[in-house]
Design a protein around this ligand. Structure first.
Ligand SMILES: [Zn+2]
Length: 311
């Protein structure tokens, strides 16, 4: 019975500099003036990714880490990446510099962000990189085409979750009102109610990409991702469990920062604007252990690349 139910666990490794960018703090605008990935704060890797490695090891699952290729300029990042590869996890492409407006860039810029990143990740890992996740989960026909043209087999960026998308659109509007333009852009409402299970998308040039959508619960379409697990806590987990157990496709997506501790890991105070980022690791860790352990009991957990090859 468990073989019928498929699951994947994966982590977007967004550096702390990206949280500065998304919240519109001055001086943190990504690759603008003075930003150097070789000296950027590697905490998301050295603390967050390292704890996800422990989590996956403890739960005996293989996961996928979606990596922003420019981060490899930092030696500590390269060291942790090597551990991910050694442990048998998949590395996926999360673009070269993580531009939140990637879906709106020119074809040439998209080819660089997606294609050059793939080459760098392949060189660094010795793995074939076949999966892509878009910054901010936002796709466009041109971006989908770029993903296919540069040799990717699957994309995992669709997040068909009305509550999340509505909140995100609202938050972006709020930042605009406050005069702090956010780097993030909202996804088209047609995506909010898209397919929940894997499907094939055709791109404008007639290529095909397998889409592996990010987790929402069946029926209610509540999100099942790291952010929601933290925000809803123990009660949310108990409520999600029965839906989760019967879901035939669970794609549990987290961010590396989800397993950091704002005090112990000295996350800058200016980044604690989202309520989930103020929850201490001592509360988050047991939630993640139980969620992934429980998933491994009810579902067959494989990397997204494994599922892409079997679909
Ligand atoms: Zn990201």
């Amino acid at each position: 019975m468990s073989a019928m139910r498929h699951a994947a666990v994966n982590v977007d490794v967004d550096g702390l500099y990206l949280y500065d960018r998304i919240h519109g703090h001055s001086g943190g605008s990504g690759n603008a003036d003075g930003f150097d990935p070789a000296t950027a704060d590697p905490t998301a890797w050295t603390r967050g990714v390292v704890r996800f490695l422990d989590l996956f090891d403890r739960c005996a699952v293989k996961g996928t880490f979606f990596v922003v290729a420019q981060d490899l300029a930092h030696p500590d990042v390269r060291a942790v990446l090597a551990e991910c590869v050694r442990a048998g996890h998949e590395i996926g492409n999360h673009s070269l510099t993580h531009p939140y407006n990637l879906s709106r860039l020119s074809d040439i810029e998209i080819a660089t962000e997606v294609g050059d990143a793939r080459k760098r990740l392949q060189d660094a890992t010795g793995q074939a990189i076949i999966g892509f996740r878009a910054p901010g989960y936002v796709l466009s026909p041109a971006l989908l085409d770029g993903i296919a043209k540069t040799g990717h087999v699957y994309d995992s960026s669709r997040f068909p979750c009305p509550p999340y998308q509505a909140a995100k659109a609202g938050i972006i509007g709020l930042y605009r009102v406050m005069g702090r333009p956010s780097g993030s852009i909202p996804e088209s409402p047609t995506v909010w109610l898209g397919a929940r299970r894997p499907y094939v998308e055709e791109t404008p040039s007639g290529r095909r990409v397998l889409e592996l959508p990010i987790g929402v619960l069946p029926g209610v379409r509540m999100p099942f991702i790291g952010t929601s697990l933290i925000a809803l806590g123990e009660i949310g987990w108990q409520l999600s469990r029965p839906f989760l157990a019967q879901s035939r496709w669970v794609n549990f997506e987290s961010h590396a920062i989800d397993l950091t501790d704002h005090e112990g890991d000295r996350i800058p105070a200016r980044l604690r604007t989202q309520p989930d980022q103020r929850v201490p690791l001592s509360r988050k860790w047991p939630l993640f252990v139980r969620a992934v352990e429980s998933l491994a009991r009810t579902h067959e957990v494989r990397t997204l690349a494994d599922w892409a090859e079997r679909t």
